[in-house]
Design a protein around this ligand. Structure first.
Ligand SMILES: Cc1cc2nc3c(=O)[nH]c(=O)nc-3n(C[C@H](O)[C@H](O)[C@H](O)COP(=O)(O)OP(=O)(O)OC[C@H]3O[C@@H](n4cnc5c(N)ncnc54)[C@H](O)[C@@H]3O)c2cc1C
Length: 478
């Protein structure tokens, strides 16, 4: 596949009404392995981010028939970054098609924590799979992804409350602190990442004063930011570079006609020579067969407290906006956000329904009490949730379909997509514009389509059981 430039072809018609009825019935044909509670595109998740981002959102509904070079399905970081790079670096005519508003998916509702590693593999597993050199190459790409993110924020003047701070992993027991020491040595040595061990006292003094913390690991680079402002800022940059943004326009049918892809929405149609699938944990089954069963969503839950007063902040020493996670398999993530509030997130084993939400909210309240006793029982002003994308091989999948090279994809960031998805978008744009040689630049751990989950219809039960197992392991390994 070689370079092509944006063509002038663009056809409009009043196809909308003609396709309406048929397309609506197609929407019901698609299926997602998560609860319907998380699939209401008509409203945003009630997050702290939605409450503090600009009200005006970019994009319009697709109401006509369009012809473009590249159609990107999904208006989160992967899709927006792909489109931005195609339009600004290569002048390729690109449209983004999003079922909700821009950033409706995980990109507008995540923790805004930028740290390294988008896999669920241990370092030992990585070494066994691809060797030490490839593991190091993968981590270099993660560092590069943070640099790229910073570069885009600065080049496009995106106001997203970004702060550059190394990421802190805190140890939840003395035994686990020893494991973190070993990790630090590996990261610094064989893998070549800037990593430093922090004593118990150093963590309490600089980041968080908690009886549940036994030391930490500081890894650079890292960041903390407002995720929805980042998504909206990327979308505005896309618009400035000529990308067509279609929102509230779910793709309900995707098929090929000769060398064109036809993407149908309830009120429009896009014809494109290339399609990029950028739907991550929201990838529906039965939209395009090669992607059926490739992603298993796991629910992540976030709460933001009422503003802490000065005495509470001092009691917990929460005076640094650094992004923090703990060392559990079912990790908890936390940071201070605008207005002196604490954000804390954690995963759960349910499918995203109402009962799981009640339980998860209680679990977050209990986690805050354990981590920071002075904040026990504090009011949670915001609570929301969303799916993160896991894959069978426990690493992201980036590439083009072997059976149809005009279809590209990037997904499966295992809850670490802020930097990884932005980087993936730039790689996908380069793959389209510069050809297959680019694939070589994708570390082997991330390259190509991950295998399907066996028994895809039982995926959420399997991931639910896996989450329970990890929770059990966490309790046993203290
Ligand atoms: C609660 C939570 C907390 C997280 N915290 C962090 C964090 O702190 N740090 C971090 O690095 N990562 C975090 N993540 C993960 C990160 O948010 C994601 O990896 C990243 O946003 C993925 O971006 P994306 O563009 O690939 O997918 P998304 O942002 O999910 O975008 C996919 C889009 O595809 C759209 N779509 C699906 N089907 C269709 C269709 N048929 N037609 C049109 N559009 C469609 C969806 O509406 C959705 O908006 C978190 C995720 C969640 C859910």
């Amino acid at each position: 596949m070689g370079l092509f430039m944006g063509s002038e072809r663009s056809r409009h018609s009043s196809a909308g009404s003609r396709h309406d009825a048929a397309a609506r019935s197609e929407l019901g044909r698609l299926s997602w392995p998560i609860s319907d509670h998380l699939l209401d595109w008509s409203r945003p998740e009630p997050s702290f981010w939605a409450a503090t981002a600009p009200l005006e959102r970019p994009g319009t509904r697709l109401t006509e028939e369009m012809v473009v070079d590249v159609a990107v399905i999904g208006g989160g970081y992967t899709g927006l970054s792909t489109a931005l790079s195609l339009a600004s670096d290569y002048r390729v005519q690109t449209a983004v098609i999003e079922a909700g508003d821009i950033g409706w998916g995980a990109s507008g509702r995540n923790g805004g924590i930028v740290m390294l590693d988008a896999t669920k593999l241990s370092y030992g597993e990585m070494f066994r799979k691809v060797g030490a050199d490839e593991t190091a190459r993968y981590f270099r790409s993660q560092v590069e992804a943070v640099r790229l993110l910073r570069g885009v924020i600065s080049a496009e003047a995106i106001e997203c409350d970004a702060v550059n701070r190394p990421g802190i992993t805190v140890a939840t027991s003395e035994k686990r602190f020893e494991a973190l020491r070993a990790e630090a040595a590996l990261l610094r040595g064989t893998i070549g990442v800037d990593a430093e061990i922090l004593t118990d006292g150093a963590v309490r003094e600089q980041y968080i004063d908690s009886p549940a913390v036994f030391g930490g690991l500081r890894v650079a680079p890292g960041m903390a930011l407002h995720p929805l402002k980042l998504a909206i800022g990327l979308a505005r940059a896309c618009e400035r570079h000529g990308v067509q943004l279609y929102v509230r326009s779910p793709v309900v049918k995707w098929h090929r006609e000769d060398d064109e892809h036809l993407l149908r929405t309830p009120s429009g149609l896009i014809r494109a020579r290339w399609v990029v699938l950028a739907t991550n944990a929201f990838t529906p089954d039965k939209l395009y067969a090669p992607f059926n069963g490739r992603v298993a969503p796991v629910i992540s839950n976030i709460a933001v407290t009422r503003p802490l007063d000065e005495a509470e902040r001092d009691a917990c020493n929460l005076n640094d906006p650094a992004p923090m996670i703990d060392d559990r398999n079912l990790l908890r993530y936390f940071r201070m956000v605008e207005g002196g509030r604490l954000l804390l997130g954690m995963r759960s084993s349910d499918d995203g329904g109402a009962e799981g939400a009640i339980r998860s909210r209680e679990e977050i309240q209990a986690a805050i009490a354990e981590l920071l006793p002075p904040l026990s029982g504090i009011a949670l002003d915001y609570f929301w949730r969303g799916p993160i994308a896991t894959t069978m091989r426990r690493t992201p999948g980036i590439g083009r379909l072997e059976t149809d090279p005009s279809v590209l994809y990037g997904f499966g960031y295992h809850g670490n997509g802020v930097n990884t998805a932005i980087w993936t978008g730039a790689v996908l744009a380069q793959l389209i514009a510069e050809g297959d040689a680019t694939l070589e630049s994708v570390p082997k751990l991330l390259r190509g389509l991950p295998p399907r989950f066996p028994l895809p219809s039982l995926r959420n039960r399997i991931t639910g059981a896996a989450m329970k197992y990890y929770g059990f392991k966490d309790r046993m390994s203290k």
